[in-house]
Ligand binder design. Structure first.
Ligand code: ADP
Ligand code: MG
Length: 219
């Protein structure tokens, strides 16, 4: 079991945000967390991330990119702790062609192949999100935790990005507020409303009432 929460309340200071929530997530599941702004999605993902920090590739909602560094350097940082110091210094000064090629292949999948040496501050919001997703893939983990990683992408790029993530990661927990994308790209949906789980179901078992419920969760 990757996560097992039993009547867990999650708070900031003394304010409860998620109220006595329970669920389990197994390795191999692809879970979408749906809910409108303020429902507690980021709080939940941060909580899960803090339980097992080193196990995931994590895309926080604010992306945590360094604006005045290049796309290459931002993505490279994801592997800093897996390479030796000398190799890291060399790459930060003069990127090795092995790393460049690896990254170009990933960026290509997100229609960003011409941006490898662009500074982050010169990119659009949607391009930044795709850099953060490329960095998550470059990190080379089996599990992805991603917090609204496609909120600035159009429908075509969103579907393409989610398909690539699905192909790359064995396990995904991803917050979204698009019901259709959640149903089309994930195995299971957890719907949050005002800090409570109001639906938790496999997509293959969703009936009409559940889908109405999911729209209610997101409105
Ligand atoms: P979502 O990601 O679904 O938009 P959040 O998890 O960001 O929701 O927020 C859920 C609730 O927690 C909101 O009421 C928000 O104001 C509150 N909250 C978020 N971050 C903090 C924080 N750092 N300190 C106190 N309250 C917070
Ligand atoms: Mg959020």
């Amino acid at each position: 079991m990757l996560f097992h929460l039993q009547n867990q309340t999650i708070s900031y200071d003394k304010k409860d945000i998620l109220h006595s929530i329970s669920f389990s997530i197994k390795i191999g599941e692809k879970v979408a967390v749906l809910g409108k702004s303020g429902s507690g999605k980021s709080t939940l993902l941060k909580y899960l991330f803090n339980l097992k920090t080193n196990s995931f590739a994590y895309v926080p909602q604010d992306l945590s990119l360094v604006e005045n560094l290049s796309v290459f350097h931002n993505i490279y940082l994801a592997r800093l702790d897996t390479y030796c110091t000398l190799y890291n210094i060399r790459n930060l000064i003069k990127p090795a062609s092995k790393e460049i090629n690896l990254m170009k292949n990933i960026l290509n999948e997100f229609d960003l192949n011409t941006k490898l040496f662009s500074k982050i501050y010169n990119l659009s919001g949607g391009q930044k999100q795709r850099v953060a997703l490329s960095r998550a893939i470059f990190k080379n983990k089996d599990i992805l935790l991603a917090d609204e990683p496609i909120s600035s992408l159009d429908e075509y790029l969103s579907s393409k990005a989610l398909a690539k993530l699905n192909e790359t990661f064995k396990t995904i927990i991803c917050s979204l507020h698009n019901v259709n994308l959640a149903i089309n790209h994930f195995d299971r949906i957890i719907g949050l409303k005002n800090g409570k789980i109001i639906i938790d179901k496999k997509c293959s078992l969703l009936d009409k009432e559940d889908i109405n419920n999911l729209y209610y969760v997101c409105e």
